[in-house]
Design a protein around this ligand. Sequence first.
Ligand SMILES: [Zn+2]
Length: 433
Amino acid sequence: MIWNPEKECASREELHRLQSERLVNIVKYTYDNVKFYHERMDACGVKPSDIRSIDDIGMLPFMTKQDLRDYYPTETFAAPMSEIVRFHASSGTTGKPIVAGYTRNDLDNWSEGVARCLTAYGLSKHDIIQISYGYGLFTGGLGAHEGATKVGCSVLPASSGNTSKQLLLMKDLGVTALCCTPSYALFLAESLHSTPGFSPDQMNLKVGIFGAEPWSENMRAELEDKLGIKAYDIYGLTEVSGPGVGGECEYQDGTHIWEDMFYPEIIDPNTCRPLDYGQTGELVFTTLLKEGMPVIRYRTRDLTHLNADRCRCGRTMVRMGKIMGRTDDMLIVRGVNVFPSQIESVILEFAECSGQYLITIDRINNNDTFQLDLELRPDCYSDNMSRMENLKKEIVGRLASVIGLKCDLHIVEPGNIERSCGKAKHVADLRKI
Ligand SMILES: [Zn+2]
């Protein structure tokens, strides 16, 4: 099913016309209302009247996360505070958080994006959805909630934590769809298998909707197997809106971006030059309709590529490849570039691994150390030392051949690695402390 066929299946010509009209409007709107954009555009010698179509977007300056921090908390807002009806804020693990402000129209458009995603996953008013993203400042909970309400799903706002109650309600209400981070889904799946009184066959789950952190195809297979579901990716970020900037369709061959609202570009992160479809680089977004806190050419730091070929589902909107990771998630260990998601993907090639892991990087005597703590499935963990040693050798060898680095692998007892109810912490980089 398609939520909004008129938009999602519009011809590329119609989409180009709509994007052009909306870009012209948003550029004038931000130039007139936000000092930041006014000054940046003046500094580049660009006037709103220079922007006549979406093809002119390359004339506009980029915006970075640092800009949003520098203009904290609300100086990049374009609407007066009397029109702002909601705030959210990024997790901000380092420094100040990013505060986002939404008008009534922004919330409507946001839930439109989520509704398109949920419908693409096959959900309707006949579904019961458990939203186990955190509610509050994080955009996940309330964002998914309003979209699901728009579709007419019966919404269980479970938020994160209290896992045994989550499982009880999931079972007793016959929940059909679960929405949370992939890390928390893995924790719920483990608890489902290990908590007395619960088993996967008591559940009515069909669909998993996972996002807010990069996750690998092997993690998808793991979650589908453990929960008996089909698992879909949902993409979004606070600076642009929240979850629902795009989502997969039933063919799962990339994430459709709702381009009539969020215009994507891919650039070379070093030179900032635009890259063609198919080339991997940094994803950049321009919000074409946002009123509260619009962003123009915002550099997400997510690395991916775009595919403009028509999808078998009938949607015409571009598809984005799986996010390899954020440029700021990338680890440089002994001169080698590594993404935690690459490591996760290798780990999950081994049926014995549960998907719980922790990467610890340190520097000792000017040399980088790379330790990997790994949990096995409880039924695979054994005191048989030679069996464990053989498995370790295999995993270390496979990792070395894929990422080009040898790790110091520790197999730890099941349950020893700290679980996350929100975004996972898979990396401890002690070099930065
Ligand atoms: Zn599709």
